[in-house]
Design a protein around this ligand. Sequence first.
Ligand SMILES: Cc1cc2nc3c(=O)[nH]c(=O)nc-3n(C[C@H](O)[C@H](O)[C@H](O)COP(=O)(O)O)c2cc1C
Length: 323
Amino acid sequence: MKTRITEMFGIQHPIIQGGMHFVGFAEMAAAVSNAGGLGIITGLTQRTPELLAKEIARCREMTDKPFGVNLTFLPSVTPPDYPGYVRAIVEGGVKIVETAGNNPAKWLPGLKEHGIKVIHKCTSVRHSLKAEAIGCDAVSVDGFECGGHPGEDDIPNMILLPRAADELKIPFVASGGMADGRSLVAALAMGADGMNMGTRFMATKEAPIHENVKQAIVNASELDTRLIMRALRNTERVLDNPAVERLLAKEKSLGANIKFEDIIPEVAGVYPKIMKDGDMGAGAWSCGMVVGLIYDIPTCKELIDRIMAQAESIIRQRLEAFL
Ligand SMILES: Cc1cc2nc3c(=O)[nH]c(=O)nc-3n(C[C@H](O)[C@H](O)[C@H](O)COP(=O)(O)O)c2cc1C
């Protein structure tokens, strides 16, 4: 399949694995890239730019295909060493960066002067248009269904994607709720040039996370995610568990007065405990509604091959037959 996204990134299939905290290690990115998609290392999971440089080098040993690095710009009191991370990306010869969070304008010149393509992930048409205006090469349009931070507009992809198609000139991929060949064909039908998946890639053999997390994903249904941190305007979609229920009870009792400090036990520093140790009660972790469509734990190659075969059969048989 050839789309503006496969052409732009030099990949075989229009499928991207979005940055995921404590999931997007070299093993994950390399497996997706080797399967013909675009794997992405999560920059900030590496505590320092030096460690990111090592992770990029490790990934390069595992694949000769293109892969990217995610840079998430979060508001914080002591911001990470972003200039250092950018340097590690440039010096590591990475040619694709997925940005997310705040407006990446400040970092674009330093990336583009080295021929790096930037795909910015955003949750609204207005932010997508802003990304286009500041010179991003593509956007990843993240609907309300998505795992992680869906923003505060709550527009699902059935509306958001065609709206993005109506406004954008640069190519975009559909993100949030994507799982299989049906998702890909639907995304293409609504104007996207490919799709980005997070949660689906966690339930793969190569995902470098604890088996308990993969089993939790397989066992969960589409009814099992919750939105947390609404009152803090930092909404996150997570898989329900006792820690999330505790957090939601605090949100209910404290209402608009809630502060980040109130929920630190449930959200701060919990990712390694969950993803590495498999301690599923340790806190809240991002997970999309698409969890209801995940029934197995294939290799990345099996998953991507299956998606592409299903997409082709839907286009050639099911859709063609209606005409
Ligand atoms: C466990 C997990 C961690 C994530 N961490 C990040 C992150 O650090 N930065 C980021 O830009 N997106 C992050 N995301 C969002 C994904 O890149 C992607 O946009 C999202 O998962 C798409 O929705 P889906 O899960 O329905 O496929 C995360 C998602 C998950 C599931």
